[in-house]
Design a protein. Structure first.
Length: 243
């Protein structure tokens, strides 16, 4: 692997964690963002155990293998970070980036019996038929078997809503995955706000869903622009994230 490639991966992962912290998505020092090391099929970067995301820098991220061994870094990795993320990375090579938070609105939807992302908001259309729903919560993800179960359920979907737990998204690049996570929280927020009116939600029909989704998916460059903007702001507000 080229050192400049892993260096950029470290910067991108640190930027995602810093911006997620600014958005209020961190719960204590829990939750994890991971990213496969460029050019490797068995090593991934993940945030260190015990650090606030506002403390994360490119250099203090941890590299571990898919069997849970830390191979680079002075910090440990929380068990659930390994048991949930590693099986997803291993099961689907397209899932190069895996982001899991307990952000409020998407998590709230996960707590509602039969809660689903409904086709009522145009920004929700890329998630329709691309989201898996895990209805079999059985406790903390503290075994490789549990992570494998979630990975199998997720399959080729890019989002999984874990009932009684929270959301997880995956993507081929950090900009793609972070953009997906960002809009997941936004669509859950407006859907829950609309539901509070007590009025029926106006659903879009399947042919329109597919047309709108096709338009969104035809412009993959949007996520790159979004993430580039995030890094520009961090360059001004928190430039130490690159250290």
């Amino acid at each position: 692997m080229r050192r400049n490639d892993i260096g950029q991966a470290r910067i991108d992962l640190a930027a995602a964690l810093r911006w997620a912290h600014r958005l209020g998505w961190q719960t204590g020092v829990c939750n994890h963002f991971s990213m496969m090391v460029p050019g490797s099929e068995d090593l991934f970067l993940v945030n260190p155990e015990g650090l606030y995301w506002s403390e994360v820098t490119a250099s203090n991220l941890v590299v571990c293998d898919l069997d849970g061994k830390v191979v680079e870094g002075s910090h440990t990795v929380e068990a659930t970070a390994f048991y949930l993320h590693a099986p997803i990375h291993r099961a689907n090579k397209k899932h190069q980036v895996v982001l899991h938070t307990h952000m409020p609105y998407a998590t709230a939807l996960c707590l509602i019996e039969d809660g689903r992302i409904e086709p009522v908001n145009q920004s929700a259309m890329p998630y329709i038929d691309r989201t898996a729903y895990d209805e079999d919560y059985s406790g903390l993800a503290l075994s490789y078997e549990e992570g494998t179960r979630v990975a199998r359920l997720m399959g080729d979907n890019t989002t999984v809503m874990m009932r009684n737990h929270g959301p997880l998204v995956a993507g081929g690049t950090m900009p793609e995955a972070f953009d997906r996570l960002y809009f997941l929280e936004e669509i859950c927020k407006v859907q829950l706000l609309a539901a509070q009116s007590g009025r029926p939600l106006k659903k879009v029909q399947q042919p329109v869903i597919e047309d709108v989704r096709r338009v969104f998916e035809s412009d993959p460059g949007y996520s790159d622009k979004h993430f580039a903007g995030i890094k520009r702001r961090l360059d001004t507000l928190e430039p130490d994230y690159k250290n």
